[in-house]
Design a protein around this ligand. Structure first.
Ligand SMILES: Nc1nc2c(ncn2[C@@H]2O[C@H](COP(=O)(O)OP(=O)(O)OP(=O)(O)O)[C@@H](O)[C@H]2O)c(=O)[nH]1
Ligand SMILES: [Mg+2]
Length: 628
């Protein structure tokens, strides 16, 4: 079964609710006050099945004072039925509702001429002409126009068929990704507790899901789900759903909140946007207070125009919105702006970035950025990636911030990677140009380091990271090292060196190095301390220290305490001690026997034994050492 959301729209008393009743058998006016006054005040709901398709109706009020309620119903519409009464033709809220549907990007619909029983052929012609004029150039330009009478039943069968045809080509929403349900009703049901309803825009809902209400952040659990009065285990995107939530009072939640999963949308008080000001609106001034309607939520906000003091009616421009309270937004969401006072719909728009950078929009760079965000998903995502530098854009933000449909994340990521525009590193997308720039900066830094530290193998890894990758995730640093290592441009261990780098020693230093090795080889396990060594060889102690560091790093010498040993002497010592046990000569060794065995004094014996403990060749137990 396909599910399609059909909304009504049109001027007060133009027969919207009567038609929903005629089509579904359900009166969408459910409030006592609505019955008494004979008008719709708040959203009403009803459904019917037409040729394998469930048509879910959202009936809106036509009264100009209840446009805010009407706005809460438009967000989920797949099809709109624009009602025009044949006796009154196009009226103010016909225009206003039509503009709202157009600005909110309702994808398709039809025009219904109602109360056909009240009109003669001449009147119908006039109404047809006025409708053509209204919808010309819009999404309804070529939409069907059907004349009906809810009173006589004329045209109702044809309307059903038209709805079924439109429904068969209506948009399909993706049920991939996390759920997003803007709440339009909250009520309490005997025996169930708190129930919220709405149109599920993306994802799916399942009983026992742990979800969150945003922006309040309240964690809730799904106790049960109803789709059109029937209990269901799962509800999918595109359906109208009633959700029974555990552990929640009716007073804890209001229309305008979104039932979703943490991290599925951006909860924000400011957004960069594109605004289309209606030709009939007044100028929109920089800094103007406005009413912001998005999803089922209404907030007060302020508009900051980047490069103008005001916006002329009928024009489009980018802007930044500051909201008085948080909204749940992703890029691509549509919204309506109404004048703060007197109340009138003035503009519509699209969210470009629900998490804009702190820096202002009133600069050339700020404006250029907004233009890129208004292009294709790929352009916008690249703009966001480049802005994040080496931190990268988490892949999850493709959905929660950039508004890329969840079923397209993999394809878009692959496209960016294959085009060489970005790399996917540890779950984030990092711009390729930024990565290669960081790599080149690394090469330059290591080159400078080699020049200023000729006796060292390379630049300490942590120093490179702190200086060039501060704030970037470790995975990005390691990625750059891997790429440049694979390209055979660097060697990266504890220190990072240019490939082919050799420690440069002067001739004097080379001679000193040879003399040190010769002396220490001959000294075996009783080497002279470094200052004695310096005197013996006849070079300054500082040179001995530098060369010793180099030779220790290259494992030609071993440092034990303050002493330097020739590496083979220490290795041989270890294997001799181990073989004492293996050959059954001894299980333990003490300081005295160690001294006499190697003919050395305490000065050497103590540090060497402690070294053997550290190397896990021996373990000290009381006064002796156990051989391990
Ligand atoms: N003659 C005639 N009257 C109709 C027809 N459909 C509705 N009406 C009458 O028109 C009046 C308004 O109808 P509703 O269906 O409540 O109009 P609505 O567009 O829902 O009004 P709001 O929700 O308040 O904007 C009622 O008195 C209906 O009986 C019709 O096809 N023919
Ligand atoms: Mg009504």
């Amino acid at each position: 079964m396909q599910h399609v959301i059909v909304g009504t729209a049109g001027h007060i008393d133009h027969g919207k609710s009567s038609l929903v009743l005629a089509l579904t058998g359900t009166d969408p006016d459910r409030l006592r006050e609505e019955k008494e006054r004979g008008i719709t005040i708040d959203l009403g709901f009803a459904h019917t099945t037409e040729q394998d398709t469930v048509l879910s109706f959202v009936d809106v009020p036509g009264h100009e004072r209840f446009v805010r309620n009407m706005l809460a119903g438009v967000g989920g519409m797949d099809l709109v039925m624009l009602h025009v009464a044949s006796d009154e033709s196009v009226m103010p809220q016909t225009r206003e509702h039509f503009e709202i549907c157009r600005l909110l990007n309702v994808p398709a619909g039809l025009v219904v001429i109602t109360k056909s029983d009240l009109a003669d052929a001449g009147m119908l012609d006039v109404v047809q002409l006025e409708i053509q004029e209204l919808v010309s150039g819009s999404f309804l330009e070529t939409a069907p126009v059907v004349a009906v009478s809810a009173r006589t039943g004329e045209g109702i069968a044809a309307l059903r068929e038209t709805l079924a045809t439109l429904a068969s080509s209506a948009r399909r929403r993706t049920s991939d990704g996390p759920p997003r349900l803007p709440i339009d009703r909250v009520f309490s049901m005997k025996g169930f507790g708190t129930v919220v309803t709405g149109t599920l825009l993306t994802g799916r809902l399942t009983s026992d899901d742990e979800l969150v209400l945003q922006p309040s952040g309240r964690v809730v659990k799904v106790r049960g789900l109803h789709v059109h009065g029937k209990a269901q285990g799962t509800a999918i995107a595109g359906q109208r759903v009633a959700v029974n939530l555990a552990g929640l009072e009716v007073a804890d939640v209001t229309r305008g909140e979104t039932l979703t999963r943490i991290g599925a949308v951006t909860v924000t008080r400011h957004a960069d946007v594109q605004i289309e000001l209606l030709p009939t609106a007044r100028q929109l001034k920089h800094g103007a207070r406005v009413r912001f309607h998005q999803g089922t939520r209404e907030l007060i906000g302020r508009v900051v125009l980047p490069d103008a003091t005001h916006l002329e009616p009928g024009t489009t421009a980018c802007a930044r919105l500051y909201l008085d309270a948080p909204a749940c937004l992703v890029r691509g969401d549509r919204f309506i702006l109404r004048a703060y006072s007197p109340l009138a719909t003035m503009a519509g728009g699209t969210i470009l970035d629900p998490r804009p950078p702190r820096r202002g929009v009133r600069t050339a760079a700020g404006v250029a950025r907004l233009e890129r965000l208004g292009q294709t998903d790929q352009d916008a995502v690249m703009a966001a990636i480049e802005e994040t530098g080496l931190c990268g854009l988490p892949v999850a933000e493709l959905g929660s911030r950039m508004g890329v449909p969840w079923d397209q994340h993999r394809a878009l990521t692959d496209r960016l990677v294959h085009a060489g525009l970005a790399s996917e590193v540890g779950g984030t997308l990092v711009g390729a140009s930024r990565l290669s720039a960081a790599g080149e900066a690394l090469i330059a830094a290591v080159t400078r380091y080699h020049a200023s530290h000729p006796l060292e193998e390379g630049m300490p890894r942590e120093e490179v990271r702190e200086r060039l990758f501060a704030g970037a995730p470790l995975s990005v640093f390691e990625h750059v090292l891997r790429v440049f290592t694979d390209a055979k441009r660097i060697l990266a261990r504890d220190r990072i060196a240019l490939a082919g780098h050799n420690v440069a020693l002067t001739d004097d230093e080379s001679r000193a190095r040879e003399a040190m090795i010769d002396t220490l080889r001959a000294a075996k396990l009783a080497p002279p301390d470094p200052s004695t060594l310096a005197t013996q060889i006849g070079v300054p102690l500082a040179v001995i220290t530098r060369i010793a560091t180099l030779l220790v790093r290259r494992s030609a010498l071993v440092r034990v305490g303050d002493l330097l040993f020739h590496e083979p002497a220490v290795t041989q010592l270890k294997s001799e001690i181990q073989s004492l046990k293996q050959s059954g000569v001894a299980d333990t060794i003490d300081v005295a026997s160690f001294k006499s065995r190697y003919g050395i004094t305490r000065k050497y014996a103590i540090p060497l034994l402690e070294y053997l403990d550290r190397e896990r060749v021996t373990r000290r137990v009381g006064d002796v050492r156990k051989i391990l």
